[in-house]
Each structure stands twice: as C-alpha cells, then as structure tokens.
Design a protein around this ligand. Structure first.
Ligand code: IMP
Length: 211
C-alpha cells in the first residue's frame, strides 16, 4: 500500500479522495496536524496556481513525503465563470475572507444570482486541479472537469458544497444524489485524481512512499 498525504481539512474532499484511492492500491492520509499549520493565502488567479501553492507549502511539513492538494470550484457560464476560484468564499463577497462561507450561504447566493436565467443558459462546470509536491517543489499538476446544469433549487443530501445544485445530465441526478464511489467516477476530482495516479504509477514507487 502506497501512502500519499493530502493537504485539506475539507471533509467532503477527503471523502471523495478516499473513494478514489480505495479503487487503487493507495492510502490517503491527512497531513499530520493540518489544522494547526499556518493557512496558505489562496490568491492565485487559477485553480492550478492555488493547488501548487498549497501542495508546495504543506509538503514542507512532511519531509520526503508526496503531498497532494486540490483547488477546485464551480464555473457558471451565465456569471462569466464566477464563482470560479472564489467558490469557497462566494457568499462572503470577499475573496480573502478569513474562513470559507457555509455551503448553504454559497448555494443561496448562487440560486439568487441565476434567478432570471433561462434553463438552457444555466450551464457550468466543476473544475479541479490537483498538485503533487515533495519538499516544497511541485512535481505535477493534474486537472479534471465535469459539465452540468445549475438547478434553481437543491436536490439530494450527499456530497458537499454546490453538489445539490449541480445536475449531471448523463445520470439525470445532481452530484448530491450520488454515492461517494459513483461521484468519483464522474466528477472533476475523480478525473484529476485518475490522471495523478497514472503519473504516480510511472514513478519509482518505493522512494515515493515514506513509511
Ligand atoms: P477550495 O478549498 O478553495 O478548493 O474550495 C473549493 C470550493 O469549491 C468548495 O468549498 C466548494 O464550495 C466548491 N467545490 C469544489 N469541489 C466541489 C465538489 O465536488 N462539489 C461541490 N462543491 C465543490
């Protein structure tokens, strides 16, 4: 079993990653004492830039270990790509707010922002960038997207974030109506994670799995 460390305290992301890892011979562990470490300012203009910043920073606390960090969010076409890299703090109206906004507040703001937008114009996508770093240096960045429609009201009780508003046409369900394994098969995060694993498998694995 190979060990990879993940730099996040987001329970929803950890659930998604654990579901993805379970399909492979990989164990995902949280970076030790993650919540006590100084937070990274996520001021990059792209998901990839923020993911790199997080992975590089937190990998310094796990000498020799491979650390992955994801930066992700929802891009809505009718809102010119918003909330985008500001998805976590959308309701706060302040990209550098001290903490993430509650999922319910973000979803309510999105529902209101799209109130007058016709069904066929409610397209958008989840985007995920995963950066893998070791000892402060990025070794690779992997991206995934999932295309969907933003609903006018929430549906489903699973998942996190904008999942209840994100309708995935090919399954005729929102992401919040999917189980963890089903979500990871179709989601932006699952797609980015599979790309990461393809890359990871080409490496000399023993030297990338500290015990
Ligand atoms: P990050 O921690 O800066 O990457 O914040 C990502 C934010 O985007 C989350 O707090 C959610 O609001 C949203 N998001 C990202 N991925 C997902 C997902 O898979 N489902 C629902 N919301 C997501």
């Amino acid at each position: 079993m190979h060990r990879i460390f993940i730099a996040t305290s987001n329970a929803g992301k950890i659930r998604d990653f654990s579901a993805a890892a379970a399909l492979w011979e990989v164990e995902i562990l949280p970076v030790t004492n993650f919540s006590l470490l100084p937070a990274v300012v996520e001021d990059g203009n792209t998901f990839a830039a923020n993911a790199r910043k997080k992975a590089e920073n937190y990998s310094r606390y796990v000498p020799g270990g491979l650390v992955i960090a994801d930066d992700s969010g929802l891009e809505v076409d009718a809102l010119a790509g918003a909330p985008g890299v500001h998805s976590a703090r959308y309701a706060a109206n302040d990209p550098q707010a001290a903490s993430n906004s509650a999922d319910e507040a973000n979803n309510l703001k999105l529902i209101r922002a799209l109130e007058t937008v016709a069904q066929e114009k409610r397209t958008g996508r989840f985007v995920c960038a995963i950066a893998a770093a070791r000892d402060g240096a990025t070794l690779g960045v992997f991206e995934g997207t999932a295309e969907g429609i933003i609903l006018p009201e929430a549906r489903g009780a699973n998942g996190f974030g904008y999942d209840p508003l994100f309708y995935f046409p090919s399954l005729k369900k929102t992401f919040a109506e999917l189980g963890a394994e089903e979500k990871v098969q179709h989601s932006h995060r699952g797609q980015a994670f599979r790309k990461f694993l393809e890359w990871y498998r080409t490496f000399d694995l023993p030297s990338y799995s500290p015990t």
